[in-house]
Design a binder for this molecule. Structure first.
Ligand code: ADP
Ligand code: ZN
Length: 434
């Protein structure tokens, strides 16, 4: 099912026209209403008259998270405060939170793109959706919430936490879809298994998972545990929260709502635009935002774009599933390591639970790389020899994928703290030593 066929299946040419028109409008808006943007455009020697087509976007300067911090809290608003009806803040995964302001029209756009996502996951009026993203400043809860209401489904506004009650509500109310971070979904899957209810007693069929990177291996793991189909939903506070992108039934990339959020891929080092299909840093320009439009905002997320029509019929551009951001990457003994690589190895090995924690340190001028991982109950024994074998097996597998050998610490199931929101899987002690 497609929520807005006109836009989601629009020809490339029409889409370009729409994007060009909207880009012109948003540039006028920021130039006349937001001093930091005007000054920056003036410094780059660009005026709104220079922007006639979406292609002209490359003339405009970039913006970044730093700008949102520098002009904290409201310096980048392009609408008067009287028109701002809601404020959100980023979860602050990578530092001080940033604040955004939304107008009523911004909220309407958000509901619209959210409805496109849920419809693509096969959800409709007759379904019950439990929103277990945190409600509050974080965009996850309220963002998913209004999308559910917009398609006319029933929303259970659970927020995160209180895991036993989450399971009870899912069971008792016949919840069909769960919206949560993949790491919280994994925690809930585990809690479902040890609950008094049998899996067949749940009506759960669909997962609406996002807000953090998750691998294909993790997807299969959650799908098998919960007996559902799990879909990706992508978003970020600065641009709009959940609903910027979504998977369709083909699950061959994440469609971006490019009539509202124009994507580009650039080389993160040079800032040069990269061609279709090449991986680089994702950059967004909000084409219709009123409260706090962002022009060429550098997300730090790494992905590639694909423009050919999808087998689902949608023409909206697709990006590869995001496996990490530039700032997630660890450099250990000179080797680039992404936590997602470790995740995929662990999920693929039968003997381990999909929970782990990486600690990096520097001892005697050498980087240390420790991974704590849970062994499944049936494999956990007091027999040193078998535990040593397990250690060797996983260390070897990880080395073959990331290129360096980790120190493995095997622990019993449920030792590692479970996440109810965005999971934190890395402690880099080196940052305190510089
Ligand atoms: P913070 O940057 O503080 O985490 P946000 O809550 O705005 O604040 O998080 C947005 C970021 O979360 C994105 O830039 C991206 O790195 C990550 N993210 C969101 N959805 C997904 C997803 N579906 N897959 C991978 N990463 C995601
Ligand atoms: Zn598709």
């Amino acid at each position: 099912m497609i929520w807005n066929e006109t836009v989601e299946c629009m020809s490339r040419e029409e889409m370009r026209k729409l994007q060009s028109l909207r880009l012109k409008r948003v540039i006028e808006r920021v130039y006349h209403n937001c001093e930091p943007y005007r000054k920056r455009m003036q410094a780059a020697g660009v005026t709104p008259e220079d922007i006639k087509d979406i292609k002209d976007i490359v003339k405009l300067p970039f913006s970044s998270k730093k700008d949102l911090r520098d002009y904290y809290p409201f310096g980048l608003l392009s609408a008067p405060m009287s028109e701002i009806v809601r404020v959100h803040a980023s979860s602050g995964t990578t530092g001080k939170p940033i604040v955004v302001g939304l107008t009523n029209n911004d909220l309407a756009v958000w509901k619209e793109v959210g409805a496109r996502c849920l419809t693509a996951y096969g959800l409709g009026q007759n379904d019950i959706v439990q929103v277990s993203y945190g409600y509050g400043l974080f965009t996850g809860g309220l963002g998913a919430h209004s999308a559910v209401e917009n398609i006319g489904a029933t929303v259970i506004p659970m927020s995160s936490g209180n895991t036993q009650k989450q399971i009870m509500m899912m069971h008792d109310l016949g919840v069909k879809a769960l919206a949560a971070t993949p790491s919280y979904a994994m925690y809930l899957a585990e809690a479902m298994e040890s609950s008094p209810y049998k899996r067949e007693e749940f009506n759960l069929r669909v997962g609406v998972f996002g807000a953090e990177p998750w691998t294909e291996a993790m997807r299969r793991e959650i799908e098998a545990k919960m007996g559902i189909k799990a879909y990706d939903i992508y978003g970020l506070t600065e641009i709009m929260g959940p609903g910027v992108g979504y998977e369709c039934e083909c699950q061959c990339g994440t469609h971006l709502n490019e009539d509202h959020f124009y994507p580009e891929i650039i080389d993160p080092e040079t800032g040069e635009p990269l061609p279709e299909g090449v991986e680089g840093e994702l950059v967004f320009t909000t084409l219709t935002k009123e409260g706090m439009p962002l022009i060429r905002f550098r997300t730090r997320d790494l992905t590639a774009l694909h423009y050919e029509r999808c087998s689902c019929g949608r023409t909206l551009v697709r990006m590869d599933k995001i496996m990490g951001r530039c700032d997630d990457m660890l450099i250990i003994r000179g080797v680039n390591v992404f936590p997602s690589q470790v995740e995929s190895v662990i999920c693929e090995l039968e003997e381990f639970e999909p929970f782990f924690f990486i600690t990096v340190d520097r001892v005697n001028n050498t980087d240390t790389f420790e991974i704590m991982v849970e062994v499944k109950q049936e494999y956990y024994t007091d027999d040193m020899r078998s535990m040593m074998e397990l250690k060797k097996k996983i260390a070897h597998k990880i080395q073959s994928v990331v290129g360096i050998q980790p120190d493995i610490r095997l622990v019993e199931p449920r030792t590692i703290e479970r996440s109810e929101g965005k999971v934190k899987r890395v402690l880099d002690k080196r940052v305190f030593k510089n």
